[in-house]
Design a protein around this ligand. Structure first.
Ligand code: GDP
Ligand code: MG
Length: 160
């Protein structure tokens, strides 16, 4: 994989966002995609698929020692997920704000988790927690050929 130098000051930061199986089953896919689209970020990758167990384990390797880890892996592979790569200035932190904090009961109304969830084990959506993890997770969930380089024609209306 070729390392792409990305400009963290406003150019092309990327994050991995995923609608978890509960979000897909509950018909929230369009709603969630819409929030990132309307914010002004650019969609660079999108797919629906059934996660292999090994990938779910790899994605959450940092949580391996947590008591809830087995349940978490089971949750993530319990049905199809929608995988997304979003790009834009500050997209990692902004996506985390749009998503809301981990526990949906503590997440602010107006955030995805705040609007659509009640339990930490059914919190609808994932977002990378740093630009480094954004790149790691995009590389984990997408093949290079599944990511699309394109210019969105509305960009001059979103960015100076
Ligand atoms: P996130 O970055 O906000 O998604 O939160 P973490 O990275 O800390 O945890 C990853 C995911 O594990 C969360 O989104 C939850 O789905 C799940 N999780 C975190 N803490 C708990 C917990 O205490 N119990 C259960 N059942 N799941 C948890
Ligand atoms: Mg996390």
């Amino acid at each position: 994989r070729v390392a792409v130098i990305r400009d963290s000051s406003g150019g092309s930061e990327r994050t991995y966002v995923m609608v978890k199986p509960d979000g897909v089953q509950r018909g929230l896919v369009g709603e969630i995609i819409s929030r990132f689209e309307r914010k002004g970020f650019v969609l660079k990758g999108l797919k629906l698929w059934q996660t292999p167990e090994e990938l779910a384990q790899n994605h959450y390797f940092e949580l391996k020692e947590k008591p809830f880890y087995p349940k978490l892996v089971k949750y993530i592979i319990s049905g199809p997920v929608v995988c997304m790569a979003w790009e834009g200035p500050g997209v990692v932190a902004s996506a985390r704000k749009l998503i809301g904090v981990t526990n949906p009961l503590q997440a602010e109304p107006g955030t995805i988790r705040g609007d659509f969830g009640i339990e930490v084990g059914r919190n609808v959506v994932h977002g990378s927690d740093s630009p480094e993890n954004g790149e790691r997770e995009i590389a984990l969930w997408f093949k290079d050929s599944e990511l699309v380089e394109w210019e969105q024609c509305i960009t001059p209306w979103l960015r100076e």
